[in-house]
Design a protein around this ligand. Sequence first.
Ligand SMILES: Cc1ncc(COP(=O)(O)O)c(C=O)c1O
Length: 465
Amino acid sequence: MTISDDSTTARPIDRDRIAELTARESEALNRRTAGSGEMFARANQTLSGGVASAYQEREPWPIYLEGGSGPKVWDVDGNELWDFHNGFGSMVQGHAHPAIGRAIDDRYRKGTHFAAPTEDGIVVGEELAQRFRLPKWRYTNSGSESTMDAIRIARALTGREDIMKIFGSYHGHHDGVMVSIGVEYDKIGPREAPLSLPYGGGIPQGTVDLTHTIHFNDAEAMEARILGLEKEGRKPACVIMEAAMMNLGVVLPIPGYLEAVREVTRRHDVVLIFDEVKTGLCIAPGGAVEKFGVEPDMVTLAKSLGGGLPTGAIGMTEEVARVVEDGTVYQVGTYNGNPLGMAAARASLLEVLTPDAYAHLDRLNDRILAGCDEILREFELPGYSVGVGSKGCVTFSPARVTDYAVFKQNQDEELSELAWLYNFNRGIFMTPGREEEWTLSVTHTEEAIDAYVEAFREMASDLRA
Ligand SMILES: Cc1ncc(COP(=O)(O)O)c(C=O)c1O
């Protein structure tokens, strides 16, 4: 785990210069992606907004991709790009990995779907149990399904309806967790009891009211909130959280925080769910559980589990699993444990995401973080680099981000967007928006890392020119 020193020598950046460079880089990008522009005109006739999911939208048009191999992707205009986006962190294995390809091919020939369990699902469960230190597992098809089912299981186990999440965290698109995300700074509410606000339309107020929030990195506030809610007869069934936040760039837990959360939730008989949809399999073989050494009652997985196929999983203690096994909760789904997904996950876990692969990811992440850090210092930019395992980012903020409120108050949105444009125009495909991080893949090389650092250097130098 690496965090750079706070930059004490940072100087303000000329906002006009940011605007000027943004205009120049946007124009260059539009020229470079004219084919995507044409495809958007066609796609927009039948796909709402020209995309399959709102997270793929982009002004003036989305980038339409054609293929990917190892650490690279290419778009419909033939731009070849080092992939640091990696499908929002789903492709830590790299694209078209031969071991996963072989497994999918073999499985295809033997039939791809039965809605009946196969041996691959057992092997994957055995491997996950050992990596994440939880004995019992069930499958889903996405991160949203994993967190939705996990919360239902926690509710059934405790007989309580209220739940608690970290303010600003994203746990998927079902109603109960589409609460208090992307909120403007002045709408966050009191520090000790931030507001519960729906994230978009169509979410029943009654559901929003069942979801309570607290800020990350504050276990005392969590305990006080649990006690306060208990007094009102609304003690939460669970706390669902990422052990390291992955949707404000990367926000690491401060020392002792996760241990304190574990103690608080145990003391008050609240189920602790680590949502490892992003961290799991990307920051260590056993995700945050292994990396931080704190054991929750449940873990949710998806994204990189399937090596590019839509697969998710829920890990449980024996006690938690009882309500699934005795039929109290229907944890169901036609495609759960789909043979193709399970074959891909088995190959990924046993042949690709090996201890050597994680050592490689750690080495590369150290290199990219150090490279970015050096540039931040050299050009006296307000920001720092932070990362863990395959994940990392440069956070453009004069203050260390420890939770959503600090992020929203300090992060430089315009600079983050300029960085995305610089990256694309120099052959780097990054996650869009101001809130994401890179995911390296096991197929990335030092050449890929150095390309990223070089693009960053160019932006830093231009900003100070
Ligand atoms: C931490 C976390 N949980 C859950 C989800 C939802 O996963 P999915 O998009 O597969 O439904 C995401 C998606 O980004 C996530 O980052």
